[in-house]
Design a protein around this ligand. Sequence first.
Ligand code: NAD
Ligand code: USQ
Length: 391
Amino acid sequence: MRVLILGGDGYLGWPTAMRFSGGGHEVGVVDNFARRRWVEEAGAHSLTPIATLDERIDAWREVAGREIVPYVGDISEGTFVAEVVREFEPDAIVHYGEQPSAPWSMKSVDHAVTTQANNVIGSLKLLWAIREHAPDAHLVKLGTMGEYGTPNIDIEEGFIEIEHNGRRDTLPFPKLPGSLYHLSKVHDSNNIHFACRVWGLRATDLNQGVVYGIETPETRLDERLATRFDYDELFGTALNRFAVQAVIGYPLTVYGKGGQTRGFLNILDTLQCVELTAANPPAAGEYRVFNQFTEVFNVGDLAEKVRHAAGEHGMDVQVDHVTNPRLELEEHYYNPTHTKLLSLGLRPTLLSETLIESMLDVIQRHRDRISEDVIAPVTQWRPEPLGQTLT
Ligand code: NAD
Ligand code: USQ
């Protein structure tokens, strides 16, 4: 299969590129290095030292004897992505190439506009490129569980059967995202659904939960193949941040009561899910939604798990309840369905003490690179905290 990976220099994109390439597929990666710039502008950096994309590709050739073709450019600008799709002739396109941080999207009007323009225009240009140059290609698009928000009913996989005034229909599941970033993914989903309904494209929207983990079998092959790992308030995600905080004895930053409940998955399972999805494409005109996570935790319990595993490692870790910078429900019902990837053969990598301890080991190795200054949450959802009532 010819697989084009948009965002192939990122946290998830680079390991995905190596996985497909190692599996014998022809791989192209597209990136404009925006993530590297955004993190640097925030005064932060990846915990793991990361090679340039060219160095990574050279190292992969040396280690695996395989080529990965780089395309450097911005998918939201001009005709760049159309030219790449025309030249590469992909069978599958894995689209990770977006601004992924909720707090970053809430920092200022410029950050909000950049997030939505980058994500929505980039995906829209991609849809036109597929329509014009590769109408049979399968779009595997990374969406987010946060598109649904936290409604007081069970969350289905993309669609819900509704009875209204005596009539029934199956319609897109209602969306109540909690940040302008998450909202950009809702806009994407609507555009992708439209492109399938109206142009007959085929796509799978992967509503992914929060990813954790540092290493994959491929990143371990050579230090130049490491993927990035962020722990700052903007680009670090909950469990990854807690593990870094534990290593340096920084009290774990549970926001508010810590009852916020989310779907989580290991980076190894992101790769498994994307591989399984690409191997099982939908029919022409079909728009599928898979909820991509393996376990549900609330943030407070997650912090306790890290505290306990770190304790076994001889670290004395405190858990702090800091004022929540976000506007979100801190105690709520959460029961999302996630059966479609399991029925394709997903074998979940569940969060264990051993797994947390192995993350702590890797973080220990890079301990000198950790900067405490970028950990505390400063980006507020509202100009002044107005309490935590979400309406
Ligand atoms: P990332 O920022 O590390 O990867 C995205 C990559 O896309 C970056 O390398 C960036 O430079 C590139 N990019 C962004 N805009 C681009 C553009 N206009 N043109 C070309 N390249 C562009 O983020 P990640 O954590 O690897 O996430 C990948 C995708 O998965 C994102 O779409 C994100 O929203 C989604 N996702 C991530 C998580 C998570 O926990 N990491 C969870 C759910 C969904
Ligand atoms: N949280 C804390 N303390 C922290 C960091 C986060 O309590 O130090 C809480 C947040 O308040 C939130 C939860 O943990 O309730 C998750 O926050 P997060 O920063 O780990 O994840 P989120 O902002 O939701 O975004 C991440 C990725 C994004 C992806 C999303 C999947 O950055 O790209 O779309 O996870 S999901 O959450 O399912 O929408």
